[in-house]
Design a protein around this ligand. Structure first.
Ligand SMILES: *Cc1c(COP(=O)(O)O)cnc(C)c1O
Length: 346
């Protein structure tokens, strides 16, 4: 089925979903009035039973309305936007939001306040304003095209935007942040891969959170992109009840490498209002990192990071391997064995 037809057949109302699984929708419509739901038939087909790790990512939960801890805009993106839908936080890179919809509305979305709602107007006008800002800001060398999901726009619009970005002399690399290889892999057509390929160097960071998302369809999508010379990364989010387990993350990271997707970040869940029930203690992430580092291929080890509330940026966190640092460094290896290294003092 064509990807646009699949999108149209998405489930958007709790009653439809529960008709599918034979459960009572209760008052979940109160959640979807605020935070939209969309589960396309492909992703729906991967949900095996209510409450499983894919269900939790896609199906609304009344806990979304009970969050009294988190914030609408934890990364302070609105204040860091010189023009609408463009976040300029780090000097040399900018985040450019070119679409307001996704193939699945992830319940833990960091832009839950606006993605899929009227509060995120994207138009030719906002896109042209973003392009103009990029043209006029020579310190920007790396543009992250995101959204919503930027690959849900049609091929010719994407071609237009990528060509305009590529025409800016000071921009070295383009990155696309997209979840479609995971949530709607049929979107990755040969034509799409050929379109993106014209604007190299382009990197794609996709987003897989559970081994059940690695399917033959996802493999085809990732292969197509990798064969077009596009380096692929994954920005996985650590989520309670989904993947907060060293064995699950290990399996996921290896499966990603087999698709030529390099694990890039493992994110601590942002403090986004409506997502508090997904947050895990920092110690859980550190435990997972300790179970990976040295024990699995270094290629399978992402950087565990917290995106600091208030717009402080991504801060990497590592388990502590250092016991003492003086004229001699005393540290532990991955098995807990004590090692030393003579520390030059000049
Ligand atoms: C995450 C992010 C980036 C990119 O950060 P990297 O560490 O380079 O991947 C850039 N801008 C914003 C606003 C971001 O949130």
């Amino acid at each position: 089925m064509h990807w646009q037809t699949l999108l149209q057949k998405s489930i958007t109302q709790p009653a439809q979903l529960f008709a599918h699984f034979g459960l009572d929708p209760g008052d979940l419509y109160r959640v979807t009035e605020i935070y939209p739901m969309r589960i396309n038939p492909y992703y729906l087909s991967l949900i095996k039973q209510p409450g499983d790790p894919l269900w939790r990512q896609a199906v609304p939960d009344s806990l979304e309305l009970d969050d009294t801890v988190c914030m609408e805009d934890p990364l302070n993106e609105e204040d860091l936007s010189p023009v609408a839908n463009l976040v300029h936080k780090y000097p040399d890179r900018a985040l450019f939001l070119i679409h307001n919809q996704c193939a699945v509305y992830c319940r833990f979305c960091t832009r839950k306040r606006k993605v899929g709602t009227k509060d995120m107007p994207v138009s030719l006008k906002t896109i042209n304003a973003g392009l103009k800002y990029l043209q006029q800001t020579p310190e920007i060398k790396d543009v992250l095209v995101s959204g919503g999901d930027p690959l849900l726009i049609d091929d010719s619009s994407l071609d237009f935007i990528l060509s305009r970005i590529r025409a800016i002399r000071h921009i070295d690399i383009i990155r696309i942040g997209t979840r479609v290889p995971c949530t709607l892999p049929m979107r990755v057509t040969k034509k799409l891969a050929a379109t993106i390929k014209r604007y190299h160097p382009v990197y794609i960071n996709t987003h897989f959170n559970h081994p059940n998302e690695i399917t033959p369809e996802a493999a085809t999508a990732c292969n197509r992109l990798a064969d077009a010379g596009i380096p692929l990364g994954s920005q996985t989010v650590l989520l309670k009840g989904v993947n907060d387990d060293p064995e699950i993350i290990k399996r996921l990271m290896y499966k990603l490498l087999r698709l030529r997707v390099k694990p890039y970040y493992l994110f601590q869940t942002d403090m986004t209002k409506g997502t508090n029930h997904f947050r895990t203690p920092i110690a859980k992430g550190l435990e997972i990192m300790q179970s990976l580092i040295g024990h699995v291929s270094g290629m399978a080890v992402p950087t565990f990071a917290v995106d600091a509330p208030g717009g402080g940026g991504k801060i990497p966190l590592l388990p502590n391997y250092i016991e003492k640092m003086g004229s001699q460094l005393v540290f532990q290896n991955y098995c807990g064995m004590t090692c030393t290294y003579d520390n030059p003092c000049h």
